[in-house]
Ligand binder design. Structure first.
Ligand code: FAD
Ligand code: EPU
Length: 336
């Protein structure tokens, strides 16, 4: 018999620390429990899936059922001289898995150290940092289909991964629950330390190995990003806009210092943090909602901000970026 909690506080379940409630809340410890709760209750009221709430902004109470898949386990499926294929349950904490991989001397995800959240969420927005994206090590994703209630295994190419997107965030949104992910990790890691000051940070540690890259990434992240345990936030609030090269080049002519990252011959990525800082928002605060003083792309909750306050601040920021640069910012955070 499954036990669904009622009027459950979501404050511990979202890294913004927003104080809202779910009408019903259920933590599913197995595939059977997940299937049971969703098959029997999904149509009764609105539902949503939550991982560790590190990419969600709740703007009000959720008058429906929230389900947290807590399917655990890290198991080696296949191991040869080059690769190790590992299946990880959706409920495993992402950074615990990264630490496990580094301790097991398996390469591929060390640059993605300290990203908050669960492993089941990692394919959804194709988490990325320090020159790496999780799509490059995902072999397949297993999910529970919410029409047939069968499990489906989707291969990497079918997942339509892109910059902060995948099929799970688009066509399959609200139609499946990811239950596990299979990763292909390497016994012969190829180190990638080109991003920003990562190489310099690794050099400070003397030598190059998986643990040093992980520690270097952790040091840089701690120096730039607020710890959600201390200051509520959800990482980058907006995506970095990808614009036509022609538009980017015009902006560059007008703004000499604009940092541009070419994506292809036709497109370039513009750091949203730079655009927001230029509009004067860095370190600004309206009530309890603010823009982090070390990273303008991160919005923070100074204590008891409501989700609506944070959302209002985000919209003011995006309007001012549009007015000044003609660029529309798209939120990375899922607004509920
Ligand atoms: P949640 O926030 O709980 O959910 C996110 C979305 O996925 C929701 O729409 C939810 O409904 C859905 N979902 C969750 N689990 C499942 C599932 N099993 N099946 C189906 N749908 C599901 N992201 C990066 O890419 N790079 C970074 O460098 C980075 N840095 C961050 C730093 C900080 C300080 C913070 C707070 C966040 C950062 N993020 C970063 C964002 C966040 O860590 C990732 O998006 C993470 O993958 C979210 O995981 P979660 O379990 O918390 O997902
Ligand atoms: N910048 C500014 N001012 C700022 C912040 C950034 O000018 O306040 C400019 C700087 O020129 C800097 C450039 O933006 O060189 C890039 O900044 P940074 O390296 O901090 O990365 P980002 O583009 O702001 C992205 C990801 C992060 C990820 C880092 C490191 C997105 C939306 N964000 O941030 O991911 O950790 O790169 O790879 O792509 C997240 O998704 O939640 C997240 C934190």
């Amino acid at each position: 018999m499954i036990h669904i909690k009622e009027n459950h506080s979501l404050k511990p379940y979202n890294t913004f620390g927003i104080d809202v409630k779910a009408r019903y809340f259920f933590r599913a410890n197995s595939l059977e429990e997940l299937r049971d709760v969703l098959e029997n209750h999904r149509d009764c009221f609105p539902f949503m899936i939550i991982g560790e709430g590190s990419n969600i902004l709740f703007t009000r109470d959720f008058n429906g059922l929230i389900v947290q898949p807590a399917i655990m386990g890290i198991s080696i499926l296949e191991d040869d001289l080059e690769h190790c294929f590992v299946e990880v349950g959706a409920g495993e904490n992402w950074d615990d898995f990264v630490r496990w991989s580094v301790e097991s001397n398996l390469g591929g995800i060390e640059n993605l150290s300290l990203i908050p959240g669960s492993t089941g969420s990692s394919p959804i927005q194709n988490i990325g940092a320090y020159g790496a994206e999780v799509k490059d090590v995902i072999k397949s994703v297993k999910y529970l289909d919410l029409e047939s209630f069968e499990t489906v295994v989707m291969s990497n190419p079918e997942c339509n991964f892109g910059y902060r997107t995948s099929i799970f965030k688009t066509q399959l949104k609200n139609r499946m629950v990811i239950t596990s992910v299979v990763f292909s990790l390497s016994h012969n890691p190829v180190f990638n330390t080109k991003y920003g000051n990562l190489q310099a940070e690794v050099e400070k540690m003397g030598g190059l190995n998986l643990e040093k890259v992980r520690n270097a990434v952790i040091n840089i992240r701690r120096s730039k990003l607020p710890d959600p345990g201390i200051l509520g936030n959800a990482g980058s609030f907006f995506k970095n806009p990808v614009v036509e090269a022609e538009i980017a080049n015009k902006l560059k002519v007008q703004n000499d210092l604009l940092p541009l990252f070419p994506v292809s011959e036709e497109e370039a990525k513009i750091p949203a943090g730079w655009l927001i800082e230029q509009c004067g928002w860095k370190g600004k605060r309206i009530g309890s909602a603010g823009v982090y003083d070390k990273q303008a792309l991160v919005l923070v909750n100074y204590g008891n901000a409501s989700g609506a306050e944070i959302y209002d601040l985000a919209m003011k920021i995006s309007d001012s970026v549009f007015d000044r640069f003609g660029i529309k910012l798209e939120t990375e955070v899922n607004i509920v």
